[in-house]
Design a protein around this ligand. Structure first.
Ligand code: NAG
Ligand code: NAG
Length: 389
């Protein structure tokens, strides 16, 4: 761009002319003063840029540092090995024999027993949806709660205090409580794995037997009933299989994607099976249920969850916990922590930028939710306002 350069040069001269033109002297002196002028102009602009630019850059990195690193994630991190996705066939008007056959499996004479084991925090509504969805297929419910959050905050024993709500599961329930260790400043994952080890013991105490089906998932990762029914009725299913769940945020109004995979189903082997919430195999059964994150009734539950679990470091500003802000974020389908999508390619990051669009479909949701729509209204599309208590 010769024009721009020329313009810059002329302008530079212009500034200096005013300051320097009165000096009548030799060529050398003129050259010197020109150099000085050029330097002075240069210094001035650099200084100005530094004075304004550096604080802006520092402020941007401070407020958006996470965004910068997340946006650049595709450069420094490659995606994990893709799952082998198993097609999932289901229709209520197809026999179990045919469903098993469609998956390449044989149907059993009698179904396997099913044990559902969860680590419980405070998500009572979601637990009620979960247990009602799974109840027709589950032989044993196992639930562990603690008086400590993963971040070492004291928490009430929400399940124990509301146990009468789960009367229908009582005869099949193995309940356990583990006291927190309350270590200050520790990585939340340490308390989490400590609690999962306890859950393993509790599963052993329950009436689980070898070859039973064990569901390992967080409370808010709800396998659909028909998925569990399929896996308990068919033979030759994989020993361990992950479930692909639809990812929802705040309620069933905001469908993010179908990439939830942490839930897994195990054929129980005593002494070998360990409760885990990470990737354990390559096989993933498609469209097997719902993962409803941050699906709480009260605004206060959101603030609690934001501080209680492995998200604490994301609360970069106190105002993130402001109830009006939380309510506004929920209704927009935006991000509570003002973060960028965690993706592995620029294409996916860009596709997911901004708020999640609303879905108006309440088709294929947990049946107990629709049967009790009045009680769980806030989980259905078009009802984002929460109770403030
Ligand atoms: C499927 O539905 C049709 C029509 O409603 C019915 O006649 C048929 O018996 C059903 N089949 C099965 C396998 O349930
Ligand atoms: C947590 O539970 C343990 C075990 O019951 C108990 O000893 C401890 O005092 C409790 N801590 C708090 C802070 O409630």
């Amino acid at each position: 761009m010769p024009e721009a350069g020329h313009y810059g040069h002329k302008k530079n001269d212009g500034i200096c002319n005013g300051v320097c033109s009165s000096e009548p002297a030799s060529k050398a002196v003129v050259a010197m003063s020109r150099l000085k002028c050029a330097l002075r102009g240069f210094d001035f602009r650099v200084l100005l840029a530094l004075l304004i630019g550096v604080p802006i850059v520092i402020l941007m990195v401070y407020t958006h540092g996470q965004k910068v690193t997340y946006f650049l994630r595709p450069i420094w991190e490659s995606p994990p090995k893709p799952f082998k996705i198993i097609p999932h066939y289901y229709h209520e008007n197809v026999t179990m024999e045919n469903l098993c056959k469609l998956h390449g499996w044989k149907v059993r004479e009698t179904p396997r027993r099913v044990v559902d084991a969860v680590l419980f925090s405070n998500e009572l509504d979601i637990l009620e949806l979960r247990w009602n969805e799974l109840s027709p297929y589950v032989s044993e419910f196992v639930l562990l709660e603690s008086n400590s959050t993963f971040t070492g905050l004291t928490k009430p024993l929400h399940f124990k205090e509301n146990r009468q709500r789960f009367e229908f599961a009582e005869s099949r329930l193995t309940y356990g409580m583990v006291g927190g260790r309350f270590v200050k400043g520790e990585n939340p994952f340490v308390e989490e794995s400590y609690q999962r080890v306890y859950l393993d013991r509790l599963i052993k105490i329950s009436r689980i037997k070898d070859d039973d089906i064990l569901i390992m998932s967080d409370v808010d990762e709800i396998p659909s009933g028909h998925t569990i029914n399929l896996l308990r009725w068919c033979d030759d299913t994989p020993e361990i299989i992950h479930l692909q769940l639809r990812n929802y945020l705040y309620s069933f109004e905001f469908l993010l994607d179908d990439k939830s995979w942490r839930a897994s189903i195990h054929r129980y082997r005593s002494g070998k099976t360990r409760y885990a919430h990470f990737r354990q195999t390559d096989e993933l059964l498609a469209d097997s249920g719902w993962h409803c994150s941050f699906c709480f009734r009260h605004i206060s539950d959101f603030a609690f969850k934001m501080q209680a679990y492995s998200h604490v470091d994301r609360i970069r500003f106190k105002y993130f916990l402001n109830p009006e802000r939380i309510q506004d974020v929920i209704c927009r389908g935006a991000d509570l922590f003002d973060m960028l999508p965690e993706e592995y390619t620029f294409q996916e990051i860009i596709a997911k930028l901004g708020a999640i669009p609303s879905t108006y479909s309440a088709v294929h949701l947990p049946s107990f939710l629709l049967q009790n729509a009045d009680r769980f209204r806030y989980l259905l599309p078009g009802n984002c306002r929460r109770e403030s208590g």
